[in-house]
Design a protein around this ligand. Sequence first.
Ligand SMILES: [Ca+2]
Ligand SMILES: [Ca+2]
Ligand SMILES: [Ca+2]
Length: 117
Amino acid sequence: MKKTLAAAMAFSLITPLAMAQSGSALFTQEQFQKLDTNNDGRVSEGEYRLFMEDAFGKLDADTDGRLVPAEINITVESFTTADANRDGALTRQEFLDQAMRDFQRADTNNDGYLTYP
Ligand SMILES: [Ca+2]
Ligand SMILES: [Ca+2]
Ligand SMILES: [Ca+2]
């Protein structure tokens, strides 16, 4: 199955280790521009959250509101990190919680925005 760009991004964004190592440099410029919906040169928490909510909908192939490992092609380690209640599926809330943790980790100067280097 061909993955959308949003889905591909979600995979990378939800990988805490990659994020911790490279911060917002994890994005390509193209990805950054997709996230920066108001084109002000930075990605706010709101822009990021909207994108990830959209990504969740795209990833949830059977639309049951839960992502299982077959739907989200990430490492077991990343999946387990995001799966807060360890039930083997990510709810929208678990997915977004992890996404926002990634955002905050990438926002190294804590100003609520990610900028492209
Ligand atoms: Ca923006
Ligand atoms: Ca599902
Ligand atoms: Ca869960």
